[in-house]
Each structure stands twice: as structure tokens, then as C-alpha cells.
Design a protein. Structure first.
Length: 141
């Protein structure tokens, strides 16, 4: 159970040219789980609870809490009071966190464009069709 790619399963950002460079493990933000967390928060329509963050990225609640604290310390996320339950907090992306996500997405887009340069229009179309088919068949649990 868990995130889009299942608990512990690598996502598309864990390999290929986008796995290296300034956003890779050991760099300013750290490993792929933290990047997935920032991307999940960027994609969410509202701040997420710790449990929702864990579910979105495929980690348990203690791991999600540690990742969140690290991101808070780096200034990438902030804790906010839950308007529905004062005992809980929600996690929101800061402007700095949003900047990290934009940079990472831009880097991936650039690398993908470079990788596809040698593909014909027909090959690109076939790749898009096959990736769509794969995404539709991907197990949801």
C-alpha cells in the first residue's frame, strides 16, 4: 500500500539522467523520498496531514515525520494548524520548497528532451502510447 508506485518501489525519478545532478541523493535536498514528498505537496490542492504525506509517497508515518522535519529544517515545508482539528497539523510547501520542485521538474524535462532527440516522430508517438498503457495498467495497491 502507499504512494503511486507502491511502498518502497522506485519511481521514474530514481533512475536515468534525472537521478544525477543537483537534485540527486546527497545533494541539497537529499534522496528521492524527500523529492517525492515535495512533489506530492506541490500537487495537492491543500496542505496534507503527516499520514497523507506518508500515503502519497509510500512510507510509514514515522518515516514521513522524519522527512517532514528535515524539510522543515531546510525551509522547504511548514507546519500549519489543522482548521478542523486543533490537535493535528497539516504540512504545506513553502516558497523555497516550490522553487526546488520547479527546478527539479525543469531538469527532468530538459533531460527527457535530450533523451528523445534521437527518436523519430513515430517512435515518440509509440512511446507515449505504451507509457499511457503502462500507467493505466499499474496496480493501485
Amino acid at each position: 500500500p502507499g504512494g503511486r508506485f507502491g511502498r518502497g518501489a522506485p519511481g521514474p525519478w530514481s533512475a536515468g539522467p534525472w537521478a544525477a545532478g543537483p537534485w540527486a541523493a546527497g545533494a541539497r535536498m537529499g534522496g528521492p523520498a524527500r523529492l517525492r514528498m515535495l512533489e506530492a505537496l506541490a500537487a495537492a490542492s491543500h496542505p496534507l496531514s503527516v499520514s497523507e504525506v506518508g500515503d502519497a509517497i509510500g512510507v510509514d508515518q514515522p518515516r514521513a515525520s522524519r522527512l517532514i522535519q528535515q524539510a522543515v529544517d531546510l525551509g522547504f515545508v511548514r507546519r500549519e494548524a489543522d482548521p478542523d482539528d486543533a490537535r493535528r497539523t497539516r504540512i504545506a510547501l513553502t516558497d523555497e520548497g516550490a522553487k526546488v520542485v520547479r527546478g527539479f521538474r525543469g531538469q527532468r524535462r530538459e533531460h527527457l528532451s535530450q533523451a528523445l532527440e534521437g527518436f523519430t516522430a513515430e517512435e515518440r508517438s509509440e512511446l507515449a502510447r505504451l507509457l499511457t498503457k503502462l500507467a493505466a495498467a499499474w496496480p493501485q495497491h
